[in-house]
Design a protein around this ligand. Structure first.
Ligand code: DP6
Length: 360
């Protein structure tokens, strides 16, 4: 499908008021999206586990206005309080998607949103937040186009979410979502995420992700700025090529259930992401001393215990500890006794792979 397939001509029906509510999860990338072209088109394909516990719950009430407005009309409550800092992001999002949802200027919207994870935890809420809002808007469009099928609904929700935040397009479905054109992945697209279409070994079912909150502060460099620094980056082309290769490697790994190879790619992806940051102009470092202490502890424990835990990193200092469900007891014991000392006030979130967003 191309961008044109998501345009809508005329709606045959119209609604005056209504309300929708969606709960949408965050995700952790195994192959990272870092670098983008115009219109939120990724510079390389990516793959992620959809999470289960870290979610954003968003409700959208709408009321038809007397006439179309020139400025989008909406109010916004975050965790029960009005939140002006979020307005520009939502305005940008609405501008980007209005071609695809022509009714947006005909309504007043009341958006209420809250996260299951602490606000200042350093966990990015853009993936769960933008996907939840995109889904509410799609529910609204589905009312106006009643014969819309669920495949189109999911694709367009992902398409819209991507325009809010790239990684958000991987939060509609689960447990494994791929986004971005790839020569050997059938149905892959730069415009939306798809459920990973090939066989996945049972060892990856209900995979655990314990998120260690190393640094709860605001990031010094936003993802948007970081993506931009991949333009003219000395290693950009090699990096994009590597992501394509890693996706090829994943096809065998996911089918065979080879945890050793899984670990090699996941950790290499996390470190490459941060290596790109450290070699941009200007360069920057988002890891903290405790991030490195945790990584070293994980490597030492993996060696002695022969368990299969590994780490991943997002654009921040927090560490995602990934491990199969059948090693949960041993690994969590290790996390409690050896790793929580490096977290702010011992804070962590026990998450696992999940099935995607749910309507409430
Ligand atoms: C490091 O999706 O937050 O988490 O499209 O500018 O909103 P924007 O960026 P964003 O980038 C996330 C990057 C990442 C890796 C990933 O999730 O693939």
């Amino acid at each position: 499908m191309t961008e044109k397939d998501f345009l809508t001509s005329e709606y045959s029906s119209s609604k005056k008021t209504g309300k929708f509510r969606w709960k949408s999860p965050s995700n952790i990338a195994l192959v990272k999206y870092w670098g983008k072209k115009k219109n939120q088109v990724p510079a390389n394909p990516s793959l992620s586990f959809t999470l289960d516990t870290c979610t954003t719950d968003t409700s959208l009430s709408y009321q038809k206005l007397e006439k179309k407005v020139s400025k989008f009309s909406f109010d916004l409550l975050f965790e029960g309080k009005s939140k002006n800092d979020f307005r520009p992001k939502i305005e940008t999002f609405l501008h980007r998607i209005e071609t695809y949802l022509p009714f947006l200027r005909e309504y007043h919207f009341s958006i209420e949103t809250s996260n299951s994870f602490p606000h200042s935890s350093g966990i990015a809420s853009s993936a769960s937040g933008m996907s939840a809002l995109a889904l509410c808007l799609m529910s609204m469009e589905r009312e106006l186009v009643p014969d819309m099928n669920s495949d189109f609904f999911n694709k367009k929700a992902s398409f819209l979410a991507r325009l809010g935040s790239g990684s958000a397009c991987r939060s509609i479905q689960g447990p494994l979502v791929q986004w971005g054109n790839h020569s050997t992945i059938e149905g892959s697209s730069d415009f939306y995420g798809i459920e990973y279409p090939y066989k996945v070994h049972d060892i990856f079912k209900n995979f655990q992700d314990t998120i260690l909150l190393v640094d709860e502060g605001q990031k010094q460099v936003s993802s948007t700025v970081g993506h931009d620094l991949m333009h003219g980056h000395p290693f950009a082309e090699q990096r994009f090529g590597q992501a394509h290769m890693h996706l090829c490697d994943f096809q065998t790994i996911l089918e065979d259930g080879s945890l050793k190879d899984f670990i090699k790619i996941v950790e290499s992806e996390a470190l490459t992401l941060h290596a790109m940051m450290m070699t941009s102009h200007p360069y920057f470092i988002l890891m903290k001393p405790n991030t490195l202490k945790i990584i070293n502890k994980i490597w030492a424990f993996r060696e002695t215990s022969k368990t299969n835990l590994c780490f991943s990193l997002d654009a921040g200092a927090n560490v995602h500890v990934l491990y199969p469900e059948n090693e949960k007891e041993t690994v969590y014991k290790f996390i409690k006794s050896e790793l929580l000392q490096f977290c702010q006030h011992g804070k962590h979130i026990c998450d696992r792979t999940g099935l995607g967003a749910r309507e409430n």
